[in-house]
Write a protein that binds this ligand. Structure first.
Ligand SMILES: Cc1ncc(C[n+]2csc(CCOP(=O)(O)OP(=O)(O)O)c2C)c(N)n1
Ligand code: SF4
Length: 279
């Protein structure tokens, strides 16, 4: 690399693939795309050194819109794919992205065990408390009284899943909540999440303007956490259980050691790997 190329700073727009997003006008996921590109630019991670992995959903389209490596996988399996990639290629910056349905319903079990395993990656969940892509069913984070769900006209009647408390109890090493309307603040949190060793969860409240138009009001309801981030899990749990899901910022910064098993020296190429599984 010449001195000239070494000094070139990649701008946020250079992390975009050029594919035009098909999200509805006003969808919060546009803001998240902007924040991810700002974070990658802020850290000057070369696109070829990053991989963004997702499942299925409107939010899971994210890898398509980025110039990094990407994999738009199957529903609920982003974290399994991302963990495998990180173990095989620890040099890469691995980011998983998706929605509350993808991550906490069909992918719920992977979520628990990825927190427990603690691989060095960042998980960005665009939480809109609904299944957007399949046209408006209740998700695990939907409140009990939301009556417009296509399959739950009287409301679900059950309390929502609390992803941040569950992540904490399961072993996640960095926990934050942000709003898609705060583009620069979210970018800063994503940079810290990437830099922090271990499994980092960033819940981004990202309105589904089509099926939950009332979520446009989130930008007036969310407030920065009045407390500094804690590394005490018991204190973090108390705070997360009492904040009604409305405090933003970095809420927990843990100190666990990272999961990075040694690669099996006996398997060097795909042929040998296939041979192991031949029937
Ligand atoms: C195995 C399987 N089951 C169900 C579906 C249908 N499906 C596609 S996306 C989705 C939910 C997406 O919701 P969420 O992850 O919250 O993302 P959003 O669209 O709201 O961004 C479902 C149930 C599927 N594609 N595959
Ligand atoms: S349906 Fe909702 S989540 Fe999906 S693109 Fe439209 S506004 Fe966004």
């Amino acid at each position: 690399m010449t001195n000239e190329t070494a000094c070139v700073q990649l701008q946020p727009k250079e992390y975009k693939s050029g594919v035009k997003p098909v999200w509805c006008p006003g969808c919060g996921d546009f803001g998240v795309l902007g924040s991810i590109t700002k974070a990658l630019s802020g850290l000057q991670i070369q696109p070829e050194n990053a991989a963004v992995i997702s499942g299925i959903g409107c939010s899971s389209r994210m890898p398509t819109y980025l110039s990094t490596y990407g994999f738009h996988g199957v529903h609920g399996r982003a974290l399994a794919l991302a963990t495998g990639l990180k173990v095989a290629r620890p040099d890469l910056t691995v980011i998983a992205t998706g929605g509350d349905g993808d991550g906490f319903s069909i992918g719920g079990n992977h979520f628990l065990h990825t927190c427990r395993r603690n691989p060095d990656m960042t998980y960005i969940v665009m939480d809109n408390q609904v299944y957007g892509m399949t046209k408006g069913q209740a998700s695990p984070t939907t409140g009990p009284n939301w009556e417009k769900g296509k399959l739950t006209p009287g409301g679900t009647g059950i309390n929502p899943f609390q992803p941040l408390v569950i992540a904490l109890a399961s072993g996640a090493n960095f926990i934050a909540r942000t709003s898609s309307s705060d583009s620069n603040g979210t970018a800063r949190v994503i940079m810290d999440a990437i830099n922090h060793p271990g499994f980092s969860l960033v819940q981004i409240l990202s309105p589904c303007v089509t099926f939950r138009p009332e979520q446009r009001d989130w930008k007036h309801m969310l407030v920065p956490s009045p407390k500094e981030p804690t590394s005490d899990p018991a204190q973090a749990a108390r705070r997360l259980l009492r904040d009604h899901g409305l405090y933003t910022g970095i809420l927990y910064v843990g100190e666990r050691s990272v999961y990075q098993p040694k690669l099996e020296p006996g398997i060097s190429g795909i042929e040998e790997f296939e041979e192991e599984f031949r029937l």
